[in-house]
Design a protein around this ligand. Structure first.
Ligand code: GAR
Length: 207
């Protein structure tokens, strides 16, 4: 049984997709041991509590010192006993100690086709604003392992989504979630739960 901790900052629709996929047996042999948020007001926390999943908040406002905050975050992850950490819209930079301790055991969903529209400054709606202002015709989502860079780790899954005439960032965000993110993230977790993802020479392969 794969134990996962899901880290969130906001609405938690990706968390919901994971919970639904477990319920519907699209993800098997997997249990969520904790949902961890940096934001006490995140609706994701309520989704977790409604589902009876332990939900904790490690708030930057309460722990302003960066080192102390990083330690508290790592303590919360360690306490969850998770084998895999899933970043589902978690908008805090992951501390280096956590990346080293959980090497190839942290995955992230990013709402573009990496290496486009990723890296520092590209998160949430800003990604879709960037896509629209460049006028690209295809965007999408990526699930990747987390390494020391920003959105630079081994790519596990990607799915393309069409940009349409008249899209606003909000409309495009919703389409990328519906057509890509909510499928890809559960799919990646299920692959990992069944030992089907291997990292070799910095690249992820599905076996
Ligand atoms: C999602 O679109 C996710 O891909 C994005 O934040 C949103 C969270 O939505 N993550 C990033 O931009 C990470 N760089 P949710 O809280 O409804 O799952």
């Amino acid at each position: 049984m794969l134990k996962i901790a899901v880290m969130v900052s906001g609405g938690g629709t990706n968390l919901q997709a994971i919970m639904d996929a477990i319920q519907d047996h699209k993800i098997t042999d997997t249990t969520i041991t904790a949902v961890i948020s940096n934001n006490a007001d995140a609706y994701a926390l309520e989704r977790a509590r409604n589902a009876g999943i332990p939900a904790v908040c490690v708030s930057r406002k309460e722990i302003p010192d960066r080192d102390a905050y990083n330690k508290a975050l790592l303590d919360a992850v360690d306490a969850s006993g998770a084998d895999l950490i899933v970043l589902a819209g978690f908008l805090v930079v992951i501390p280096t100690e956590m990346i080293q301790k959980y090497r190839n055991r942290i995955i992230n969903i990013h709402p573009s086709l990496i290496p486009s529209f990723c890296g520092t400054g590209y998160y949430g709606l800003k990604v879709h604003e960037g896509v629209l202002s460049r006028g690209v015709k295809v965007t999408g989502a990526t699930v990747h392992f987390v390494d020391e860079g920003t959105d630079t780790g081994p790519i596990i899954l990607q799915k393309a989504v069409a940009v349409e005439e008249g899209d606003t960032p909000q409309i495009l965000q919703r389409r990328v979630m519906e057509q890509a993110e909510w499928q890809l993230l559960p799919q990646a977790i299920d692959l990992i739960a069944h030992d089907r993802v291997v990292v070799e020479d910095g690249l992820a392969h599905i076996r």
